[in-house]
Design a protein around this ligand. Structure first.
Ligand code: BG6
Ligand code: MG
Length: 217
């Protein structure tokens, strides 16, 4: 019996994945190299410092720890500037109606994000109050595909993983959900998220009953 839905934030509720990409790309360009949107898939769901390590490896750069902290801080300043202008109208299509339906059905809502900026984004878009539990990159210390972030959310609600559905746009996030014993719904391309119990292109026109039908099929 499903009792809760746990949502990833970046790329699921809002398209902040594009802001992370812009800010990281700016940093890479300053360091003298570039990377593509396809490369960027590997960074989704991955913590700030681990993302930096991956990007530096693409550029073939070995950077001392102190310098890495400064680079990550610089990226984060650009990212914070990009998200500071966010409004509720940046919530992705269909998400508000779907959340409303879940609440009417008594399904509990949690957020499971690797981002340390998740709380700030949720405030900007006006959703912070609607979620019973918000687990962010401050609480979760291990990056997806480790299931930690979702396990903390389930435990905070007093639920077992099998009672929760995770919505994720990252391959690493779907993997994390599955490893943790959750139901996983991929939001995006089946080519990337094919391991999930079901993959949807987005939330427009989506109903909870349909989700249940597909994950239990
Ligand atoms: C995840 C994003 O939600 O948060 C990653 O998918 C990002 O791209 C990670 O690196 C950490 O975000 P932040 O805001 O703590 O740098
Ligand atoms: Mg995401």
């Amino acid at each position: 019996m499903i009792q809760a839905c746990i949502f990833d934030l970046d790329g699921v509720i809002v398209d902040t994945a594009k802001y992370h990409f812009q800010a990281w790309r700016r940093l890479a360009n300053e360091l003298g190299f570039d990377f593509s949107e396809a490369d960027n898939e590997q960074l989704k769901g991955v913590s700030r410092m681990e993302s930096l390590d991956i990007i530096l490896s693409w550029g073939g750069l070995a950077v001392p720890e102190v310098q890495k902290r400064k680079l990550a801080e610089r990226k984060n300043e650009w990212y914070k500037e990009l998200i500071s202008h966010m409004q509720p109208d940046e919530i992705l299509p269909g998400v508000p109606a779907f959340l409303q339906e879940l609440q009417q059905l008594g399904i509990r809502l949690a957020l499971g994000s690797a981002s340390k900026n998740a709380g700030a984004v949720m405030q900007c878009i006006g959703l912070a109050q609607q979620f019973e539990v918000i687990v962010d990159g401050h609480l979760a210390t291990r990056s997806k595909p480790d299931p930690q972030v979702f396990l903390i959310a389930a435990e905070a609600m007093g639920l077992l993983p099998g009672q929760c559905i995770v919505f994720e746009d990252a391959e690493s996030g779907v993997e994390a959900a599955l490893r943790g014993g959750f139901y996983a719904v991929g939001v995006g391309s089946p080519a990337v998220l094919g391991k999930a119990h079901w993959v949807i292109p987005g939330f427009e026109g989506l109903h909870f009953q349909e989700v249940l039908r597909h994950i239990q099929a």
